[in-house]
Design a protein around this ligand. Structure first.
Ligand code: 5GP
Length: 180
């Protein structure tokens, strides 16, 4: 385990097993349809790349980058598009792939934004859900794990851009983010 972690919350094997199940569920639900999976940079990149390898359908991928956090561990409630989609999504079946639903502000903004562009359908796939911190009423259609209210890193999730490369998800020691 990385020395900056207090404990491991989700082991690599458990994550891989769940991601495979989510990919299979999406494959069943979208049979006969053509899908666009939209990954939210950067946190969802690791999840996204594992997930698509379990989606056995014709699909394309696109990415958006959103800012809502800066460097802190609490949401500022302000959502800004840093990178937009490359292609338009009119008439497409969309799944937004996100790392975690926390306050829900990011996803609720994204959902409204993408629906207004004329997608045929839109669902959300989020690896993690922290329901205790929800500020807006939003729920992922596909969800990996429900977790308690703790700041987690690894498997794409960062603190100040670090720890994204850990293959598991863990809780950062509080002294790591309270010292700056
Ligand atoms: P929301 O808008 O739902 O409050 O926040 C969503 C975004 O906040 C996520 O995409 C993620 O980037 C970040 N976030 C929320 N909780 C955590 C966490 O526990 N760890 C990390 N690293 N990022 C988080």
């Amino acid at each position: 385990m990385h020395k900056d972690l207090a404990y491991v919350l989700l082991e690599e094997e458990a994550i891989q097993k769940r991601v495979k199940e989510l990919g299979r569920q999406i494959t069943r639900d979208y049979e006969g349809k053509e899908l666009v999976l939209i990954g939210i940079l950067k946190g969802a990149v690791v999840f996204f790349s594992d997930l698509i390898r379990h989606v056995e359908l014709p699909m394309s991928m696109d990415f958006m980058a959103i800012s809502s956090y800066g460097n802190a561990t609490k949401s500022a409630g302000v959502v800004r598009i840093l990178k937009d989609l490359d292609k338009d999504i009119v008439g497409k079946h969309i799944i937004i792939v996100e790392d975690i639903v926390d306050s829900g502000l990011t996803l609720s903004f994204l959902k409204d934004n993408l629906v207004s562009r004329g997608a045929a359908s839109l669902r959300i796939c989020a690896l993690l859900d922290k329901p205790e911190r929800r500020k807006v009423d939003i729920k992922a259609d596909y969800q990996g794990f429900t977790i308690p209210d703790a700041f987690v890193v690894g498997y794409g999730l960062d603190y100040a851009e670090r720890y994204r490369n850990l293959p598991y998800i863990g809780v950062l020691k509080p002294e790591i983010y309270t010292k700056d």
